[in-house]
Design a binder for this molecule. Structure first.
Ligand code: JHZ
Ligand code: SAH
Ligand code: ZN
Length: 409
């Protein structure tokens, strides 16, 4: 199946789209390859566009969702200990602010149950998760999960079988869905009149400020700011009533929306809108400069790694997150550059990274091996990983940090 190329904005439907950054063609980042199944991989363009009408930054080349999310999806949220802790405190906030015992919570893109587990047993929960291998893990823990893509029809069915939800969450998935109108209609159908929709996504301001170019990949169709999200919800008679910046994934925004009401909005909404404006996120010029900066990072990283290899040093990678797909393929790294990459996800171990075909192994290898340099691909867990790997560092291994700036520690 090929990809589709849209010529209108995903939120406002306008057609004044400017291409602001091009990263070339890449395979889908979560499609790890079995060593005995190496063949031609499909590559799709990774070009970023800015909408002059509503300021949404987005991809317009859309890979069919079934090629990204399927029965062998590689991302398991619970493989990252700091992320599990994050969702534990997220659930605590929601419980304290919005829930009474017995209330019904639905999570869209519930993955392995990383968030919903923390609402049990006080609340009723339901996960929606189309990647069946990941959904099974949640089911095994007793978290009821529908193996489906969320849409309005499914929302209607859930209302009939389970009733309406007091809280609907959708984390790191609201930026991943092409037809946002369908999702918002579904959310409205499923939500009680006093219900709350909470969604966390990577934040464009952090992407730009900290050069997080590797967080651009086909799963991420939207790079959100508050302004276009307001536009989206308003179109459906809903409103963004609160926003919060959180540190996850190098910087995310947690956005709270509800059916339109007469209640006041949190002052934080206006504060963040002002900050976005001040930082030029509503003009394409801000993004047009990105490509040169990204090329600069590539030059620095590639020459550093190639020089080290030339000197006979052993270099490996640490973490095979989705974003490593973009970084590795954009830099053209292969197993000649990084001998292997460690990752805590059992599903990734034993496979090859998409496109770059570098073997993924368990981090246990570092208990006995001491590479000279370790490229930290899961840079968003930097402090946690540097502390966790203090033994191999004490034995002389150095970490190369690629983001927010290339440095060796
Ligand atoms: P992590 C995810 O992207 C999923 P990814 C998704 N693509 C998305 O939208 C974004 O989040 C926002 C490993 N690891 O969480 C585990 C170690 O090996 O940064 C994971 O494979 N050792 C839908 O994939 C990866 O790193 C460790 O100590 O970029 C982390 O992936 C830790 C902490 C993690 O997200
Ligand atoms: N919410 C988790 C997982 C994010 S990964 C977290 O924040 O860590 C994104 C998840 O959304 C994947 O597990 C993917 O299979 C799922 N997903 C993708 N499209 C979806 C859709 N249309 N409806 C529901 N889930 C979807
Ligand atoms: Zn638009």
């Amino acid at each position: 199946m090929g990809h589709t190329h849209k010529d209108t904005c995903r939120i406002c439907k306008g057609s004044d789209l400017v291409r602001v950054l091009s990263l070339g063609e890449h395979p889908p980042v979560d499609n790890f390859v079995a060593p005995d199944a190496v063949g031609e991989e499909k590559r799709y363009p990774l070009d970023v566009y800015f909408c002059r009408a509503c300021s949404l930054v987005q991809l317009v080349d859309v890979v069919p969702p079934t090629e990204l999310f399927h029965n062998a999806y590689a991302y398991f949220s619970s493989a990252s200990v700091p992320l599990v802790r994050h969702f534990e405190s997220y659930a605590k906030q929601i419980k304290e602010k919005y829930l009474s015992p017995g209330d019904f919570v639905v999570d869209i893109g519930s993955n392995d149950g990383v968030l919903l587990q923390f609402f049990l047993p006080e609340h009723r929960v339901l996960g929606i998760e189309p990647s069946s291998n990941v959904a099974e893990v949640a089911r095994e823990q007793g978290i009821e999960t529908l193996i489906e893509f969320f849409d309005e029809k499914l929302a209607q069915r859930i209302v009939e079988t389970h009733g309406k939800a007091k809280v609907i969450t959708a984390n790191n998935v609201f930026a991943h869905i092409d037809d946002l109108d369908e999702i918002v209609r579904g959310v409205k159908t499923l939500l009680t009149d006093d219900g709350v929709f909470v969604s966390e996504s990577h934040y464009l301001l952090d992407l730009v400020e900290h050069m997080e170019f590797d967080t651009i990949y086909h799963e991420h169709l939207c790079y959100y700011t508050v302004k276009p999200l307001q536009h989206l919800f308003n179109r459906f008679d809903m409103e963004v009533f609160d926003v919060e910046r959180v540190a996850q994934h190098g910087g995310s925004i947690r956005v709270f929306a509800r059916k339109r009401s007469t209640e006041p909005l949190s002052p934080r909404v206006k504060e963040l809108l002002d900050l976005e404006e001040k930082n030029g996120l509503y003009t394409p010029d801000t993004f047009l400069g990105l490509e040169e900066r990204v090329k600069g990072v590539r030059e620095k990283l590639v020459s550093m790694v190639r020089e080290l290899r030339h000197e006979g040093k052993k270099v490996i990678g640490y973490g095979a997150p989705a974003k490593s797909g973009t970084l590795l393929n954009y830099c053209g790294f292969t197993a000649d550059d990084l001998s292997y990459i460690t990752d805590t996800t059992p599903h990734k171990v034993g496979k090859l990274t998409p496109g770059s075909h570098i073997p993924v192994v368990s981090p246990d290898i570092l208990k006995t091996e001491t590479p000279d340099y370790i490229l930290l691909l899961s840079w968003n867990y930097r402090d946690f990983i540097l502390e966790k790997e203090k033994d191999v560092r004490a034995r002389g291994a150095k970490f190369i940090i690629p983001v927010p700036k290339v440095e060796i520690v």
